[in-house]
Design a protein around this ligand. Sequence first.
Ligand code: SAH
Length: 345
Amino acid sequence: MEKKDIKSLYFPELCEMLLEMGEKPFRAGQVFGWLHQKLVTDFSQMTDLSKELRRKLFDQCFLTVLKPVQVKVSRIDGTCKYLFKLADGNVIESVWMRYHHGSSICISSQVGCRMGCRFCASTLDGLERNLTAAEMLEQVYRIEQLTGERVSHIVIMGSGEPFDNYDQVVRFLRLISHERGLHISLRNITVSTCGIVPGIRRFAGEGLPVTLALSLHAPNDQVRKTLMPVAGSYPLKEVLAACREYFEATGRRVTYEYSLVKGVNDNPGEARALARLLKDMHGHVNLIPVNPVKERAFERSDKRAIKEFKEILEKEGIAVTVRREMGRDIQGACGQLRRSFLEGG
Ligand code: SAH
């Protein structure tokens, strides 16, 4: 019999499994609490269960636990970057940031990525595999335990494309916000996608009030295609229609991410085109000065160009912020730590 991934089970699935084991229904509440509130790393820590039940759980299930193999702490702002080892030896990274309103973590949804965005380090070696819901939860659980602080916000903006791993991402969202678990508000969670249209549309119907972030990066298909292969499959018109649908279904404003790359997508004409494109979209633009990746030739835009780009958007009535940089001294950006680890750096 294949062992069950107990931490990825929904509460009713856990109830059913325990009933099949001949246990009383209230046991499910106890086990779920050990897994998702007390964040245990071993069945032996579930001390109010009988030894016999712990043995049965051990025989029939496995417990996903991530091991931190490297932690880097930024001297500039206290941001921590964690490299975790998975049971199969793969490594993933997660970033913990402290803000005035609480702490936020950026988690990965896949090992590697197959989307191929030209400026992104996570995709250089392609996709290794999807993460399970438990492996996504564990990034939050381990970081809460290691820092001793509650995580208030989560962004799924680490390595991977969340809608290329749709089912496990949705499972993660339901479990992390479960009232018997960490109960993190879905309104404090952001899912970032490169723009997989069927994923966005399906997600709009899940009834999950999370913030959707769309990686836009260009005001037209022509430039977008030079940066993101996915733009060849889904034209901007369809991507934006899906974002509108998301806003209408959830009432949540979409964030449009725009990484500024010198000489590629950062001229004033492009700022004006972007303003026209987003005019009635009820969204918000987040400008990200591109983080140079050593395997790629892209450079970040000059400070002046960034300022001008932002001012044009503002003048056109578009809500815009420039992303604050966190952890720049610890390879805070996008897949860089995992890569340097794999290269032995
Ligand atoms: N696959 C998802 C989420 C992961 S990336 C997505 O594409 O949205 C999170 C964000 O960081 C995306 O907007 C991505 O385009 C951006 N990004 C990736 N590498 C970057 C880099 N080197 N500099 C700036 N932004 C980058």
